[in-house]
Unconditional design. Structure first.
Lengths: 140, 144
């Protein structure tokens, strides 16, 4: 029997959407005010969804404490109150929330594998950049 | 096919406790949730049904009917109750958010199907704004 558990984490970070492959004019045209040289910031709401069977002993898909420890170590400690553009994840990629979503999924998926959290698996990472913008990645 | 979701809220108390474990182990695994005096939440329930749009009414289901079904099958049993002590399905099952999602599915699946035209697609339950569990009727699947 498969169920899904989701928990939200919040980070505050700055970024600037800018591609080295584009001219200054093109960057401004594509990214608009997100290309502001000094960057800007968001409170990102990150939803982590874990799927798997419900353990009959605990009634849980995954212990929230285990998930908190993992996400705090791998995601929150790394990105909270940071400038995303200076993170190695964005050395060659634009720090869009699409790329942040994929990056966080991959970081966590590797930890799920390494820590043998089976049968629980990482299902989805969903990030709200603002109330009106959100992004999802499920490892496709 | 279209998905239609109705939201409802209820307030209930619960605790997490596995009677086969020692107090120490329960406290180690469940932390503050193992407090036997219980604690409570305002739960938000989202019930999603799927079906074809009736060409006459333009409805998948009548939302007033769905509201009544949720009230009669779920809220009348859960709202302002202690889930462990007063709701039969949690007498021997820990009322985690995951298990509540599954229990609500069990309560609603037959009544929704019996009405014809729609079937239950998803039950999502928020324990807080930042925590929710979902069940989609995947009884046999144990992961990918």
């Amino acid at each position: 029997m498969k169920a899904y558990f989701t928990r939200t984490y919040t980070i505050s970070a700055s970024h600037r959407l800018h591609s080295e492959e584009l001219s200054a004019v093109q960057n401004r045209a594509i990214f608009g005010k997100c290309n502001n040289p000094h960057g800007h910031g968001h409170n990102y709401r990150i939803e982590i969804t874990v799927g798997g069977p419900v353990d009959p002993a605990t009634g849980m898909v995954i212990n929230m404490v285990t998930l908190d420890r993992l996400v705090n170590a791998v995601v929150v400690a790394r990105f909270d109150h940071m400038n995303l553009n200076f993170d190695s994840l964005f050395a060659e990629k634009v720090s869009t929330t699409e790329n942040l979503c994929i990056g966080i999924f991959q970081l966590l998926a590797a930890e799920f594998k390494a820590k043998a959290l089976k049968p629980a698996i990482l299902e989805k990472v969903r990030i709200e950049e603002t109330e009106n913008n959100f992004f999802e990645y499920s490892g496709d | 096919m279209i998905l239609l979701t109705r939201r409802a809220t209820f307030s209930a108390s619960h605790y997490y406790w596995n009677p086969e474990w020692t107090q120490e182990r329960n406290e180690a695994v469940f932390g503050r949730c193992a407090n036997r005096n219980g604690h409570g939440h305002n739960y938000t329930l989202e019930v999603t049904v799927t079906g074809v749009v009736d060409p006459v009414s333009g409805f998948v289901v009548d939302l007033k009917w769905l509201k009544d079904v949720i009230e009669q099958e779920v809220l009348d049993f859960y709202d302002h109750r202690h889930l462990n002590l007063e709701v039969p399905e949690f007498a021997n099952t820990i009322p985690t958010t995951e298990n509540i999602a599954i229990a609500v599915w069990k309560r609603l699946e037959a009544p929704v199907a019996a009405a014809g035209g729609a079937r239950l697609s998803r039950v999502r339950i928020y324990e807080t704004d930042d925590i929710f569990a979902e069940f989609r009727g995947e009884w046999s699947e144990a992961g990918h």
